[in-house]
Design a binder for this molecule. Sequence first.
Ligand code: AMP
Ligand code: MG
Length: 500
Amino acid sequence: MEEVVTGDNVSMNTLEDLQFQNTYASLPDVFHERVKPTPFPNPYLVSVNPAAAKLLNIDVKEWTRPEFAEYFCGAKLLPGSDPIAMLYSGHQFGHYVPQLGDGRAILLGEVRNQKGERWELQLKGAGLTRFSRDGDGRAVMRSTIREYLCGEAMHGLGIPTTRSLCIVAGEEVVWRETPEPGAMLLRMAPTHVRFGSFEVFYYRRQHEYLKTLADYVIEYHYPHLVGEENGYARLLHEVAVRTGHLVAQWQAVGWAHGVLNTDNMSILGLTMDYGPFGFMERYDPTFICNHSDHHGRYSFQNQPDIGYWNIRALARALSPFVEEADVNATPEVYEKAMTGKYAELMRAKLGLVEAHAGDDKLVTDLLNLMDSSRADYTTLFRVLGTIRQVSSTVPSEFRDQFLHREACDDWTARYRERLRAEKSDDAERQARMDHVNPKYILRNHLAQRAITQAVQQKDYSEIDRLLNLLSDPFTEQLGMEAYAAPPPPGEPSIIVSCSS
Ligand code: AMP
Ligand code: MG
């Protein structure tokens, strides 16, 4: 096929032109199982994400070919791919499970794009593997749509994450509480290695493989550490920093993962394995998005502590090669990165450029007010930008969100004083705040509408609409006001659990 050269001097190719380099598959057999996906009958494309396709240099014309759905539901293998299921273990809800592994996700292989970036292509819902345990190896369309959309929503928000290429469905029914249509998600990341990928070899006392994995991760993903003294300790501390920054970003945007087991923690500090996640709507620090999390271990407000717990678990797994002092210092490295980043992000959400003593309290007092009023987290920060320093009134869109209007007025007076202290310019500040306080997030009822239309009517247009909207969540888009609004009052909250 003729190559199409784009403006970035990158040529767009056919699927068969993808350049595979299967580095993880070439690790010793103990790291994975070679296994082919189990396809669906009569596969068809539900949605494709042009931004992710561009990362692979796939030409837009490719997704009109029937082979597109065949390749991404495992009916055909892409030339050069070497599919495997990866081994890992992990701590689930605080308890060590000696073997997990990809029970339904199959790594098709790693593609190198024209910029030299390496992207693993992983097909989730691709059928049984050696690690499936009691599972069926499948994913329901409902959870596939949620992961597809949220991965891209997080990317749009500037939060590190796995990416989503496409969803493929077919004639396949998957049983959960009831029969549901199945689907497969093609997700991408430079690597899907998790904390649990290390833990499995630590607890099996297979230190030679632990070292192989650390060397692998350094070679391909932390190459500046190759041959460095204390390379493993530095790797550990860099992962701690990335994890701290990631958790701070979740807290600042008001998002909860729902299942922060160590097997869902990326070695690159990416958000991964989307399940019963949730964006907070009404501010509530005790928010638990996972219906199965009875004790709230993974509640919104616990995420920073869970990040600490998890990075300590990774430090323990790397302890055979890292000095005790560096192992012990790791949680503090995480803590410092997390708290520092959180303070920076919250200051930016308030439109503050300078750091002043008392900023933390200004933030905490606002959050406490929001908590007592159950104000919508996203819209409240968005309208905060409309506050002017010299005005006798507080904008009603802001003030009306609080039950205690006088407390809101007192807080606003302090905020104005703080803005004056750094000679803030109202218009410039609002423009800046609009780039950090999103207008649109993946609200549960929006995702649910896309899911209902897809599952009940085979109408996938809402998925594409949300994908497009959430790729640029900071810019007001014409005719999309309803997508920014909180759910109508009285609407029952949507319960999400692990049964995906
Ligand atoms: P998750 O909660 O999705 O992160 O998955 C935890 C573990 O259970 C991983 O090892 C998954 O691969 C496995 N798992 C989850 N759902 C299924 C399923 N339907 N079939 C097989 N394995 C599954
Ligand atoms: Mg997982």
